[in-house]
Each structure stands twice: as C-alpha cells, then as structure tokens.
Write a protein that binds this ligand. Sequence first.
Ligand SMILES: [Mn+2]
Length: 288
Amino acid sequence: MKFLAARDGEPAPGTVALFGAPFDATVTYRGGARFGPARIREASYGLEEYSARLDASLADVPFVDVGDLDLAHGSPARAVDEVARAAAGLARRGAVPFMLGGEHLLTLGAVRGLAEVYPDLAVIQLDAHADLREDWMGEPLSHATVMRRVSEIVGAGSLFPLGIRSGTAEEIAWGRAHTRWPRDGQDLAAQARAAAAAAAGRPVYVTIDIDVLDPSAAPGTGTPEPGGVSFLDLLAALDQLRGLRIVACDLVETAPPLDPSGRTEVTAAAICRHVLIGWFGGAGGGAF
Ligand SMILES: [Mn+2]
C-alpha cells in the first residue's frame, strides 16, 4: 500500500520520494516503531487529500512512495548503512528523500547519505529528547545517541535542536555549548523561526521525532515524554520552515502497537500530509 495520493513512477528530479524504514532494534524502553511505515500509510486513507488548513491538495504535490527498505533487524550498523545508501541514491537522482521510521537512529543513515550529496547540510531536529549521549551503555549507535553522531557528520554548529525537554545534565550542557540550541523561553514556533533564519540558503535536513508532541496527542511512541506541544503547535512550527531549501526529511518513532486508539498513526499521517503540501506542494496561501 502506498501513501495517500502518491504518484506512480520512479523518483524524478524535483519529486519527493517517500520511503519506509521499518526498524526499531535499539530502542531502550518500548518497541513497535518498525510497524510505523505500514500503519501510517494505512491511516493516510482516513484523511482527505485536500488540506483545509493549507487550502491545497496532496494531489498537486509531486511525490512517489518507493516502499520500504529491507533492513537487517538485528544489526543497527548495517541498517544505518542501508538507509545511507538509499537516501544518497535518491538525492543523487535529484529527488527529496522523505523517510518514514522506524526508530530515530535511522536518521543517522539518512543524514550521512545526504551529507555526501550536500556537504553544507544543516539539520533541524524536532524532538522531546536531546539524543546527544556519547554512548548508550557503551554502544555508540542508538536512538539515544543519534544526534551526537549526526553532529559528528555535519558539525554541531549545523545542528538545530528544537522542542527538547528531556536529556541528561551532560547532554543538555553539551547541546547548549556546541549546537544551535534555542534561546530560553521561546515556544516551538519561535524556535523554528529562529532556526529557519539561521539556516536560510543552506540545504536543510529536517527530522521530526513524533515524541516532540505531547503524549496525549501521540501516545504510540517508544519513549513518551510529558509536557510536549499540541498537534497544532507542531504544525505552526513546521510552517516556519516553509521557504527553506529542504533537501530531505523524516518522521520517526511512531509505534502503532503502543496506541490501541490508533490516533498516533493518524496524527503521523496528518503530519506527513501537512509537510508534503506545505513544504513541497508550492501551495500559495492557506490559513497559516
Ligand atoms: Mn529522538
């Protein structure tokens, strides 16, 4: 099953190429994110192609759905390599890779692949957790270390963490000292606006960890963290990134088996639709 309104055909230059990365082998609390891609696609058919908020339709967005990667479930290093190869391949064709996770570690692969094609890559991260640990019980490759590894590829000064409300004292201090940490007291939209101003003109990778949302909006995720933003607050922040040169993005950590109500996968599908139309649809106005 393809995502709602995906076009047929190969990823051509200028098209968004959605791909699934079903993998959750390094999660430290609750699994299930490997079921994210299939369930988000399924949930997308509960939505309209037309976004009333954006006054534009998914049908006008040039995007294809190239299906899921076949990832080595027990091997994080190989899974990251596979994602890197796939993302770089799509980017070299001029397409915009859009990864549906899967766990957050896979962002490391996608960023690694994109940085081969776009050396000046900036990374904007919307997330509850800093994910800046040096290691997780000695393991360098983990969803808890992913943004630290990403910073080693693009440079910590090219990493913009937004919405972070959880981490160790060391992670937060490191993030404040080395990354483009937001100013205190800004809401998520203001953080995104500042990041967009700083990253303007550069190729940008945007990673959205669904746990940036409050668990009341997205309970189906491996590491829920109370105190997050609402769905509409997240959309307002994502809207601040319109106009950036977004060369790839992802939405990760949706774990449908952890949410019997099904609202997390619907919310994830709605975020996908909003991003596809808002960032890549050439939508003119809309009620932002
Ligand atoms: Mn994360």
